[in-house]
Write a protein that binds this ligand. Sequence first.
Ligand SMILES: [Zn+2]
Length: 68
Amino acid sequence: MTFDTRDLDFEYRGRKTRIPAVPGWYCPQCGEAYLEDGGRYAKAMTAFVQEIRTDEATELKTIRKNRG
Ligand SMILES: [Zn+2]
């Protein structure tokens, strides 16, 4: 494992986000990572998922309204 700071991509329902400068131990062989970012990556991931769900809920409401 190598200690490094990397920008990590996260994808959810076809939408992508990038969490910049995530410190952690990264394995050069298999790409496995043990993050030491105090949970920042997990928080960013959760916030992104939440945002998409809120968007989808809003879109659904709009569709329902338009249908009357
Ligand atoms: Zn490995």
